[in-house]
Design a protein around this ligand. Sequence first.
Ligand SMILES: Nc1ncnc2c1ncn2[C@@H]1O[C@H](COP(=O)(O)OP(=O)(O)OP(=O)(O)O)[C@@H](O)[C@H]1O
Length: 253
Amino acid sequence: MDDIVLETRGLTKRYGGVHALEDANFILRRGEHVAVVGDNGAGKSTFVRQITAVEQKSAGQVFFDGREVNFEGPLQAREAGIETVFQTLALADDLDVPSNLFLGRELFKFRLGPFSILDRKAMRERTLEALKTTAVKIPNVDNPIRNMSGGQRQCVSIARTAAFASKLVIMDEPTAALGVQETAQVENIIRGLKEREVPLILISHNLRQVFDLVDRIVVFRRGRIVASLNKDETDGNDIVSYITGVKGADAAA
Ligand SMILES: Nc1ncnc2c1ncn2[C@@H]1O[C@H](COP(=O)(O)OP(=O)(O)OP(=O)(O)O)[C@@H](O)[C@H]1O
């Protein structure tokens, strides 16, 4: 039990009559990188949203860092040490990169009741450090996020996640909208997390990426976990069979 970072027991989410997630039993161990795969609508994002309390689960239990948790919302999950990158980017358009990195956890020079002075210099320095360790290249961090490409925005979002990662990182399709170079950057950030032994749940449709990056692959089909396989004991055809429910399905199909 000691090396378990996250466990879900019987995690279930229903939207009216839609059984989006049924009885998910899942374990993530320290330092482990796990991919969550499955067809569109299989329940992957729903699973993550229940863990991070973006929504409230219909049934089941979540254990994190050695205790049962019932987060009231995503902020509580983040405070507990779960950092998440979602498909829809949560960045403030009018702010520059440091302000976005430190959004909600600003550094202050001085703070007394309603009076406070932000420590912009320290935030800028820490941002440059974070971007350096995560190998993300942003031409000018002082520009508002609004002027950046989708890929650069995604990299800022991921750098933020990686820079503050403490206990668990969750990425939902982090490279879905990225070009080749930006995808490679994000994959390097993920490798960096592995070296630092930060556990990861990676939702991805890209099986090449999954086999490159993770230790274990968990397959969802129609709201249920149908397989949990060590990467070295499976292959693309096997995973596609679990995803589709068709035995002998071809990975190239
Ligand atoms: N807010 C909601 N209200 C009603 N149904 C929903 C809601 N969110 C998700 N669903 C349904 O729950 C099921 C699982 O959706 P979910 O988004 O978790 O799938 P997914 O595996 O993440 O898919 P994708 O790969 O397309 O992102 C789908 O049938 C979806 O239509």
